[in-house]
Design a protein around this ligand. Structure first.
Ligand code: PEP
Ligand code: MG
Length: 559
């Protein structure tokens, strides 16, 4: 077999050698759908096909959202929120119904409507908007699969989703294709087309496997079972590499994990990486969205790495009643134990905005992101906060370690003071429970900086808070007045905007003036583009999904 080399654009650094699985272009066409008795489908039947398909794709996207949230974090998962919004857009719905009323099949009406939207997005004079065409293309394919499946009682991802395994080679992948990949089996990704800023690429980056895009001719050159090397450092793909190259690659890819351990140290708790001039030491920590993320953290295999953000919403979701103190304690103990000796930072319940907890039966607000969110709800319903704090402190005691606890969405000092009064009450109650635990020393107490007013008045909080964690996902949306999940205002949602970066600097300066450390735990923490700024601003810790730690560690060591 002849060796050949292809060049493309590096998307995710690292090298991997493996067997190819070719991800085929979706071919969903099922011509001439008929009713079960063989009759032509009526207009009502077409409407039913469309409605069922819409329902199925919405449900399918819910599944992708949860998987992506667990594997890659909230900002990546928001890609599928945006797709759900597009799918329920009244203009799109009306256009599809118009097609059906004109006598088209549901399938043809979906094709006409989505293709005209794709053409409109592609014509826009803005790279970001042009790339949204790919999201509509993704929706179109899933809808067509669902329409064909609706007629045959199948799901919208039957037979078409990329099965994980070795190295995926595709002409192009849609965001949902990437989200469906089995991360455990995946070694690398190669795309013949693709763009660096597409949603599929953003999701591929979060998977953290070497990836190269824009590799012209690769689909012709390989078939499932071919052996390739993906070189995400140099943007190269080698088909049928010789044994020496495979050997070198395997040593290099083994090294990339050891690399983290070589360039970082975990002495004294926490994973620290030095910048190339040796002048700065930055801590890298993990974001955990619940027990599903523990596998990824363990695979990283860096004992002692801390958790900079454990979102506790997981234990409140998808249930009819609130979790008891015992249930919560058990769940928190499991998390603490599986990450020891690393220390876990629990963020207490951050509900509201786009996160809803059915068990709370909260009223619908006109502007949920500006309404009763985070600490506002917890202070309105102190019994929820008390139960959760008791559970976290008891979990730390049961595991025989310390934890950090932080509050979301703090906007004014009074909220912080009230929250800490509740903490004192809980500590007093636990002390009265009579055992030898020093409840006042078992946790450090901090807050998220997500509201611009908090960043601007950080000196008021700094004397009494133990630490700060900048939630850039929200800080950016509130600074720019741009919904973090809206594709239409995404051009404003920019981490590197001067207003945002000034708030970050100001937070670090104000906190450091009182000797308090600052972490960044939003998606910006893993942005290689933002890294020099965050280091220069003096941020002490960057917290991110486990899969992103190796590439950020390397970037810090080279900064
Ligand atoms: C943030 O806002 O950056 C953050 C980490 O919190 P969440 O994404 O859970 O709102
Ligand atoms: Mg937030």
């Amino acid at each position: 077999m002849t060796r050949s080399e292809f060049n493309g654009m590096p998307l995710v650094p690292g090298v991997a050698a493996g067997f190819v699985v070719v991800q085929k272009f979706h071919d969903t066409e099922v011509p001439g759908l008929k009713e079960p008795d063989g009759a032509e489908v009526t207009r009502e039947g077409q409407v039913a096909f469309w409605k069922q398909a819409q329902e199925r794709v919405l449900g399918f996207l819910d599944g992708l959202k949860s998987k992506t949230l667990a594997e890659a974090g909230a900002q990546s998962a928001a890609i599928f929120d945006a797709q759900q919004m597009m799918l329920t857009d009244p203009v799109l719905e009306a256009e599809i119904m118009r097609g059906i009323n004109e006598g088209m099949s549901a399938r043809d009406a979906v094709i006409r409507t989505t293709e005209s939207l794709i053409a409109r997005f592609k014509a826009l004079d803005n790279d970001y908007m042009r790339e949204r065409a790919a999201d509509i293309h993704d929706l179109k394919l899933r809808l067509l699969q669902a329409i064909d499946g609706a007629a045959r009682g199948r799901n919208c991802d039957d037979g078409s989703s990329a099965k994980g395994g070795t190295i995926i080679v595709a002409e192009d992948l849609t965001p949902s294709d990437v989200a469906l990949l089995d991360k455990d089996a995946l070694l690398g990704i190669v795309m013949e087309r693709g763009s660096l800023t597409s949603h599929a690429s953003i999701l591929a980056k979060a998977l953290g496997r070497p990836a190269v895009i824009g590799v012209e001719g690769i689909c012709e050159a390989v078939q499932s079972g071919s052996v390739v090397i993906v070189d995400g450092d140099d943007g190269k793909v080698i088909v049928n590499p010789n044994p020496d190259e495979i050997d070198r690659c395997e040593r290099a890819s083994g090294k990339s994990d050891q690399n983290v351990r070589r360039i970082a140290c975990t002495d004294g708790g926490g994973l620290f990486v030095k910048t190339s001039d040796g002048k700065r030491r930055v801590e890298l920590a993990l974001n955990i969205g619940g027990p599903d993320d523990l596998g990824a953290a363990q695979r990283l295999n860096i004992p002692g790495i801390n958790v900079g953000l454990c979102r506790t919403e997981f234990i409140f979701l998808d249930r009819a009643s609130m979790p008891t103190e015992e249930e919560q304690t058990g769940a928190y103990v499991d998390i603490i134990r599986s990450l020891m000796p690393g220390e876990v930072t629990f963020r207490v319940l951050d509900v509201g905005g786009d996160k809803s907890i059915p068990a709370l039966r909260l009223p619908i607000e006109p502007n949920p992101f500006l309404g009763v969110r985070g600490i506002r709800l917890l202070l309105n319903r102190p019994e929820i906060l008390k139960t959760q704090i008791r559970a976290i402190l008891r979990a730390a005691a049961a595991a025989g370690t310390t934890v950090r606890v932080m509050f979301p969405m703090v906007a004014v000092v009074d909220e912080w003071v009230q929250a800490m009064e509740i903490v004192s009450t809980v500590q007093d109650e636990l002390c009265r429970g009579g055992n030898s635990v020093d409840w006042s020393a078992i946790a450090k107490w901090g807050m998220m900086v997500e509201v611009p007013a908090t960043a601007l008045s950080i000196e008021e909080f700094a004397p009494t808070a133990d630490f700060f964690s900048i939630g850039t996902n929200d800080l950016i949306q509130y600074t720019m007045a741009a919904d973090r999940n809206s594709p239409t205002v995404a051009y404003l949602y920019r981490p590197m905007n001067k207003g945002v970066t000034r708030l970050i600097r100001q937070t670090v300066q104000g906190a450091h003036a009182h000797g308090k450390p600052v972490s960044v735990c939003g998606e910006m923490a893993a942005s290689i583009e933002a890294l020099p700024l965050l280091i220069e601003a003096g941020v002490d810790e960057l917290s991110m999904a486990a899969a992103l730690v190796p590439s950020v560690a390397r970037a810090v060591s080279e900064a």
